[in-house]
Design a protein around this ligand. Sequence first.
Ligand SMILES: Cc1cc2nc3c(=O)[nH]c(=O)nc-3n(C[C@H](O)[C@H](O)[C@H](O)COP(=O)(O)OP(=O)(O)OC[C@H]3O[C@@H](n4cnc5c(N)ncnc54)[C@H](O)[C@@H]3O)c2cc1C
Length: 325
Amino acid sequence: MILLWLECDANGVTEISLETVAFARSLSAAGGGIVIRAALFGDVPEAARDQLAAHGVDEVHHVTGSAYDAYSGAAWASALQDIRERTTCVVVAAAGSPRGNEVIAHLAARLDVPMAANVLSFSGLAPFEVTRQVAGGSALEDMRLPRRPALFTVAGHSWTATPADQRTTPVWHEESPAVAEADLIARVSARGEAKEDSSGALTSSRVVVGAGRGAGGPNGFGGVMELAEMLDGALGVSRVVTSLGWRPHHEQIGQTGSRISPELYIPCGISGAIQHWAGCSSSKTILAINTDAEAPMVTKAHYAVIGDMHEVVPAIVAELKRRAV
Ligand SMILES: Cc1cc2nc3c(=O)[nH]c(=O)nc-3n(C[C@H](O)[C@H](O)[C@H](O)COP(=O)(O)OP(=O)(O)OC[C@H]3O[C@@H](n4cnc5c(N)ncnc54)[C@H](O)[C@@H]3O)c2cc1C
């Protein structure tokens, strides 16, 4: 059996969690129809019920109770351990989100088995063999997970969140496993809206518009923000931008920022230093906008426009507006 930890937002199960379900369906088929169980914590939007059925989940463990109201990597891993022991699942996986990687890492430490983060594909079941992204997607690594359970996370946007060929009628289990006080030491105590939330969806957006030193200063982001909004995307920036205090750190892409893998990344005025590339190289398509035709970002990009971002970006915005009329 396969156990998945699925994350929800206000609209239901998140897209990268549904991508993880698609991965699990492929694994299930390769294993001759292995049962897929999902664990969800806390409030679950009504839409999630239909999504789980449409995406082929067989059984759902809905974990609630005061210990699980707020996110806690250790406590949630403890509950997953409890479920996995009762169900004897041989695989436990989650989306390769920051929390997905954290929870599965906690579980790996508890069970003393290795985990593979940011897996792209599997090539064998016994022993379980996967290919995963390392160094922010700039390299791939084949990894063997001979011990049970096999623990891993699935790299964002490496699978498509398509529904299953056949709907299921998931069996719901309402439960509240006991959790040790020690596992509740680190937990979310308060939540608030970020003052500027333009990059809240940086790691899950299908489009990311990036801006670097070429923005020229803290007031140079109007165009890229407008473009990001028009494309229903998020704004991401280079470290120079955050180090200079032009934009907040949570918008940074790279080795010491977020790793992104959108369908389209549009880096504007970003040179493409290796530390930035480590965070964006998994983007499906890169369209660089830069004044320097020799910049590493330009030479690595699929497409490039050589020009001043303060002229090129407004021109793209104007053209999108013209076509939208
Ligand atoms: C340990 C370590 C970790 C790091 N982690 C990260 C990280 O996580 N993320 C990260 O981004 N960096 C990181 N860095 C920094 C990295 O090495 C680079 O310094 C940084 O990415 C450069 O940012 P940039 O491309 O915006 O600036 P620059 O390298 O200065 O490049 C600016 C680019 O903008 C172009 N340009 C200038 N004006 C315009 C214009 N008007 N229109 C269009 N193009 C223009 C230039 O041609 C140039 O290519 C790290 C460095 C270290 C040492």
